[in-house]
Design a protein around this ligand. Structure first.
Ligand code: 6PG
Length: 489
C-alpha cells in the first residue's frame, strides 16, 4: 500500500506548473507531480526536480493515493473543457472534503458553476488567480484564491508561503466565494492590457513625435521607473527597448506590430458591458490589439488615407529638445493609469455587490502590489486609499489621486492634442481623458439623448425635479400618448 506523504498534488507540467512545484518544494512542502502525458513526469523528475523532495505519479489514481487528507490537488491546465475533464476524473477517485484547486486563467463564471457543482457532491473547490509569469511562479507569484471558503484554512499555509511578499505581507489572501478569485484575476488581466497599451502609446509618441531612438526611449523609461510610475511593466519595457538581437539590431524593430490575446481582456470588457460599468480604457486596449491585427489592411490604408505626418524634427539632442513634451507624456501616462485603475475598481465593486462577494479592495491592492504582472509602487498608494477609506466610492475621489490627476491634467490634455494633431493614435490616453471629463461633469448631454429616445420610440424620460417618475411627450403632435414598455439590458 502506498504511503500518503504528499502535501499537495499538481497536475500540468508546463512552465507555470513546474515552477510552482519547485517553489512549493523550496518552502518545505512535499509535492506530487502529474501530467496527462506521463513521460513528462519522469522528464521533470530527472531534470529540474532532481535532488528535491518532489515525487511523481504514474496515473491519477496513483497521485490520489500519495496525498495526505484532506487531499489537495491543484490543476494548471488549459482553461475550458480540460478543467472539467480532470474534475470529473478526480471526483471519481477522491472523497468528500477533498480540495480541487484550478490555477489556470479560467472564466469566473465557470468557476462559480464548478464551485456549486462540487459543493453539491461534498468537494471543496477553489479557483485561484496566479500571476507573475514564469519567474513569479518560481520565486513568488501573486495568488488570488476564491471559491469554497471551507477550503481556505487547508491551503492558506501553502499559498501564503509561496506567494510574493510586499512589505512583509504575502501577496495572497482569500478573495471571496464562488468565482471571486478568477474574477479578480480577470480584472487584473484587463488592467494589465490597459497598462501595456498606455506604455505602447507613450512609446509611439516618443518615437514618432519626439523622434527618440530606441536607446533614448529606454533611457526615458529608466527615468520613469524611478518615479511614481515605477512598475514591472515599465521596467521590462526599458529592457526591451535596448535589447539587441544577435545581429546587433534592436529586436523590438523586427517584431510584427500585430498583437495577440488569449481572452481575459475581452472577458473583462464583456463583464463591464454586462454590469454597465464604463471600463473604457480596458475595452480600448482590447480593441487596439484587434486593430493592430489588421496588419495587411493597415499597410494598404496607410498608402491611401490622408492624415498629418508626425512632425519629428531632426534635432541634435531630442531628449533635451523635447524635455517638456517627454515630461508631459509621463504625466499623461500617469493620469490615464489612475483612470484605468479607478475603472477596474469600479467594476470590482459593482460585481462584488451583484454576487454578494464582499471583495476587500485594500486586500486586492496588496495582492497586486507584488509578484504579479501589474505590480507597482502605484498599487501601494491604492492600498493606502482603501485603508484610509474601505468604502471609497471611486479612486478618483481619494484626496491623493484627485490631486495627482489635477496636477497632471494640463499636460495630459496637451499630449492628447499633440497626438491628435500629429495623427498618432492614442485610444487609451484619450478615452481615459474622456472618462475623466465625463465623470467630473455635473450635466452631460444625456438629456437630449433621453428626449430623442422619447421622440422616436416613446421611451420616456425623468425630469430634473421629479426623479423616479417617467414622462412621455407627444413631440410631433401626431404621435400617441402611450409610452413604450420599459426593460433593462
Ligand atoms: C499573469 C498574466 C498571464 C496572461 C498573460 C497573457 O498575470 O501572469 O496575466 O496570466 O496569461 O499575460 O495574456 P494575453 O495573451 O491575453 O496577452
Amino acid at each position: 500500500m502506498t504511503t500518503a506523504t504528499a502535501d499537495i498534488a499538481l497536475i500540468g507540467l508546463a512552465v507555470m506548473g513546474k515552477n510552482l512545484i519547485m517553489n512549493m518544494n523550496d518552502h518545505g512542502f512535499t509535492v506530487c507531480a502529474f501530467n496527462r502525458t506521463v513521460s513528462k513526469v519522469d522528464e521533470f523528475l530527472q531534470n529540474e526536480a532532481k535532488g528535491t523532495n518532489i515525487i511523481g505519479a504514474t496515473s491519477l489514481a496513483d497521485m490520489v493515493s500519495k496525498l495526505k487528507r484532506p487531499r489537495r490537488v491543484m490543476l494548471l491546465v488549459k482553461a475550458g473543457s480540460a478543467v472539467d475533464d480532470f474534475i470529473n476524473n478526480l471526483t471519481a477517485l477522491m472523497e468528500p472534503g477533498d480540495i480541487i484547486i484550478d490555477g489556470g486563467n479560467s472564466d469566473f463564471n465557470d468557476s462559480t458553476r464548478r464551485c456549486k457543482e462540487l459543493a453539491a457532491k461534498g468537494f471543496l473547490y477553489v479557483g485561484t488567480g496566479v500571476s507573475g509569469g514564469e519567474d513569479g511562479a518560481r520565486y513568488g507569484p501573486s495568488l488570488m484564491p476564491g471559491g469554497n471558503p471551507e477550503a481556505w484554512p487547508h491551503i492558506k499555509d501553502i499559498f501564503q508561503s509561496i506567494a510574493a511578499k510586499s512589505e512583509g505581507e504575502p501577496c495572497c489572501d482569500w478573495v471571496g466565494s464562488e468565482g471571486a478569485g478568477h474574477f479578480v484575476k480577470m480584472v487584473h488581466n484587463g488592467i494589465e492590457y490597459g497598462d501595456m497599451q498606455l506604455i505602447s502609446e507613450a512609446y509611439h509618441l516618443l518615437k514618432s513625435v519626439c523622434g527618440l531612438s530606441n536607446d533614448e526611449i529606454s533611457a526615458v523609461f529608466d527615468e520613469w521607473n524611478k518615479s511614481e510610475l515605477e512598475s514591472f511593466l515599465i521596467e521590462i519595457s526599458r529592457d526591451i527597448m535596448k535589447f539587441r538581437d544577435t545581429d546587433n539590431v534592436h529586436l523590438v524593430d523586427k517584431i510584427l506590430d500585430s498583437a495577440s490575446q488569449k481572452g481575459t481582456g475581452k472577458w473583462t470588457g464583456k463583464t463591464g458591458l454586462d454590469m454597465g460599468i464604463p471600463i473604457t480604457l480596458i475595452v480600448e486596449a482590447v480593441f487596439a490589439r484587434c486593430l493592430s491585427s489588421f496588419k495587411d489592411e493597415r499597410v494598404k490604408a496607410s498608402l491611401l488615407l490622408q492624415g498629418p505626418k508626425p512632425k519629428s524634427e531632426n534635432v541634435a539632442n531630442p531628449l533635451e529638445h523635447h524635455k517638456k513634451l517627454i515630461d508631459s507624456i509621463k504625466l499623461a501616462l500617469y493620469a490615464s493609469k489612475i483612470i484605468s485603475y479607478a475603472q477596474g475598481f469600479m467594476l470590482m465593486r459593482a460585481t462584488s455587490q451583484e454576487y454578494g462577494w464582499t471583495l476587500n479592495m485594500g486586500g486586492i491592492s496588496l495582492m497586486w502590489r507584488g509578484g504579479c504582472i501589474i505590480r507597482s509602487v502605484f498599487l501601494g498608494r491604492i492600498k493606502k486609499a482603501f485603508t484610509t477609506n474601505p468604502t471609497l466610492d471611486n479612486l478618483l475621489l481619494d484626496d491623493f489621486f484627485n490631486q495627482e490627476v489635477a496636477r497632471s491634467q494640463l499636460s495630459w490634455r496637451e499630449v492628447c492634442c499633440t497626438g491628435i494633431m500629429n495623427g498618432v493614435p492614442m485610444p487609451a490616453f484619450s478615452s481615459a481623458l474622456a472618462f475623466y471629463d465625463g465623470y467630473r461633469c455635473d450635466k452631460l448631454p444625456a438629456n437630449l439623448l433621453q428626449a430623442q429616445r422619447d421622440y422616436f420610440g416613446a421611451h420616456t424620460y425623468e425630469l430634473l425635479d421629479s426623479r423616479g417618475q417617467f414622462h412621455h411627450t407627444n413631440w410631433t403632435g401626431h404621435g400617441g400618448t402611450t409610452s413604450a414598455s420599459t426593460y433593462n439590458v
